[in-house]
Design a protein around this ligand. Structure first.
Ligand SMILES: Cc1ncc(COP(=O)(O)O)c(C=O)c1O
Length: 452
């Protein structure tokens, strides 16, 4: 690709011949469990622009599911990776020491919203970070049970899957699916509040079920090791709870000696315009789980905890690859870039993009709700604003229309679109994103006879 590139540029209607050939081989040899939304086959990328194998240029507002925080192959991150790779690729932080892992643990201690001394455990993914958090919570508290939320996504390994309650298909066929002892409670979905309340004035009544049913009829609070919560629900539809939801949850956890585990895998690392979404709410977790954007695309998962909580003994938990030195080097450089400019950019360009989407909402009957923080933006689509009937098929069509026009976006939840671009997105690219969204929404509305 040339040094400065603008997208989109569709040369061959995707998927072109090269993409089709790769997709055909994939269908033969790769696990069919993956959910590919559209036939995008990447060749390379730069910043928020990606090129497919047929030479089409796309604006990337998906970022490899909110992972490419610094954009595709940021040169500073690549340099840090190469420097570390030339020294050594692996030595296992489980059995030996190396500086990059210690340096990263120190850095993490300085950025997580945990008061006092902090220690970190390193794995390779969001799921592994949550596995570590679950085990640590049980180990430390000596209590067996966990509270999680409906709609949440915490990963697909068996322990993390016990927390995940996003889509039933993720559990289907694996029964008895999960580690026992997880109770799920309703999350805050203010657009669809079952009590018909408004976030400006409610008392987070969505937590009444947890407090007055679950913790009365199913489990006593003194047996609950931890509450596990996403500060903003990601896969569940980019749901943004009101402040009182997290205030009440935090108070509940403290009152009963439960640990508060905050899953910042998707919402963390600058995406919301703060280093962690917890900061928007004044949340002070006991354990924070981190992955996705932390290493700009290299596999890394971190469970950071109050040092006092992370009291397990040698051998209690470990991972051969976790905290790989190359991933740690990428993470150190990623954090530097986030601090230097990208968190501020996520806040500024995110606000601009959000204003633009709200403006689209005025003209597009499909858009029922717009929500988010920074560059974590959800757009919920409905067939009819009065009934709020979920426009799931229409959502999928908008995603495809956007792809055909050179914009990569993803769905979230049953009927929302998510915008989760790299945090390097600039205003011009935000405008392009809005223009294509506008066109894609119009095309789908026309097809379904919806008029504004
Ligand atoms: C909030 C959250 N937690 C955990 C995970 C699992 O991460 P991974 O896919 O790296 O295991 C995800 C992935 O989407 C996520 O969004």
């Amino acid at each position: 690709m040339p040094p400065t590139i603008t997208a989109p540029l569709i040369r061959v209607g995707p998927p072109g011949p090269r993409a089709r050939a790769i997709i055909q081989r994939d269908a033969e040899f790769v696990s069919p469990s993956y959910t590919r939304t559209y036939p995008f086959v990447i060749a390379r990328g730069q910043g928020a622009v990606v090129e497919d194998v047929d030479g089409n240029l796309f604006l990337d507002c998906a970022a490899g599911i909110a992972v490419n925080s610094t954009g595709v192959s940021h040169p500073d991150v690549v340099r840090a990776i190469v420097e570390q790779a030339q020294k050594f690729l692996h030595m296992s932080g489980t059995d030996f020491y190396y500086e990059a892992q210690v340096a990263l643990a120190r850095e993490v201690a300085g950025i997580v919203p945990i008061a006092g001394p902090v220690r970190s455990f390193f794995g390779n993914s969001g799921a592994e970070a949550n596995e570590a958090a679950i085990k640590l919570a049980r180990y430390h508290t000596k209590r067996p049970f966990l509270i999680a939320f409906l709609g949440s996504f915490h990963g697909r390994t068996m322990g993390a899957l016990s927390l995940t309650a996003s889509r039933a298909v993720q559990r289907r066929g694996f029964g008895p699916t999960t580690a026992p002892g997880v109770f799920h409670a309703p999350y805050a979905d203010c657009y669809r509040c079952p009590a018909g309340l408004k976030p400006a004035t409610c008392q987070a009544e969505c937590l009444d079920f947890l407090e007055e049913q679950t913790l009365v009829h199913l489990v006593t609070p003194d047996e609950v090791a931890a509450i596990v919560v996403e500060p903003i629900q990601g896969e569940g539809g980019y749901l943004v709870p009101p402040r009182q939801f997290h205030d009440r949850l935090q108070a509940l956890a403290r009152r009963h000696g439960m640990l508060l585990i905050v899953d910042e895998v998707q919402s963390g690392m600058g995406r919301t315009g703060r280093m962690f979404a917890s900061e928007h709410y004044g949340l002070q977790p006991d354990i924070v789980t981190i992955a996705k954007g932390v290493a700009s695309g290299l596999p890394l998962g971190i469970a950071a905890a109050r040092a006092e909580v992370m009291d397990w003994t040698p051998g209690a938990h470990a991972s051969t690859f976790g905290g790989n030195p190359v991933a740690c080097a990428a993470a150190l450089e990623t954090i530097r870039l986030l601090r230097e400019s990208l968190i501020a950019n996520a806040a500024a360009v995110g606000a601009y993009l959000m204003d633009g989407v709200r403006e689209l909402q005025q003209r597009h009957p499909l858009i029922g709700d717009v929500r988010g923080k920074g560059l974590m933006i959800g757009i919920e689509l409905v067939r009819d604003r009065a009934s709020k009937a979920r426009a799931t098929a229409e959502r999928d069509e908008v995603v495809t229309e956007a792809f055909n026009r050179g914009l990569l976006i993803l769905g979230a939840g049953r009927n929302a679109l998510r915008l989760s671009p790299p945090l390097v997105l600039d205003r011009g690219q935000a405008e392009t994103c809005l223009r294509i969204l506008d066109e894609a929404l119009s095309a789908v509305e026309r097809r379904h006879g919806l008029v504004g």
